[in-house]
Write a protein that binds this ligand. Structure first.
Ligand SMILES: [Zn+2]
Length: 157
């Protein structure tokens, strides 16, 4: 009985939710060990633990867009709730809400950007098509014939 020579198992890509969760916590979406950020919003070139290249992420404007969306819904709801239920002095409203909004936005910006990087990794977007340790697993042969001569006889006029 000969042991079947299995091909070396390629490291599987982390699922979408798990990858985004790891990114939200500032961890590498692939291994969950290395850190994504070198500075506040500066993504490291690659993961120190597994070698996953991170420099080609394209988070761009999506993280601030999502942060505005989230913070506006939270703050807007809380202002309305406070105004309707309690008699809060105006000086408190004018001083508290801008600081609360700014603090919440700054607190969410890095986690949301990490989650966006995790999203791009999980979907194989941009440069995340390859995984560390895998040379060229993705075959280019999957692309079927893109012949210019369409043989569809549908639009016969
Ligand atoms: Zn990693």
């Amino acid at each position: 009985m000969t042991a079947s020579d299995l091909p070396t198992a390629a490291p599987a890509r982390t699922g979408l939710i798990k990858a985004m969760g790891r990114g939200f916590l500032g961890r590498c979406p692939h291994c969950g060990e290395g850190r994504i950020f070198g500075r506040f919003l500066k993504v490291r070139p690659a993961c120190e633990a597994c070698g996953l290249e991170l420099h080609h992420h394209r988070a761009d404007d999506l993280p601030p867009y999502l942060v505005i969306f989230i913070v506006a819904h939270i703050v807007g709801y809380l202002i309305l709730e406070l105004e309707m239920s309690y008699d809060v002095p105006l000086w408190f409203q004018l001083s508290f809400w801008p600081l609360f909004t700014l603090g919440l936005a700054l607190a969410l910006l890095q986690p949301v950007k990490g989650a966006v990087v995790g999203l791009q990794y999980a979907l194989g977007m941009h440069g995340f098509g390859g995984l560390p340790g895998v040379r060229s697993a993705a075959g280019e042969d999957a692309r079927l014939g893109n012949s210019g001569h369409g043989s569809t006889g549908l639009g016969r006029a």
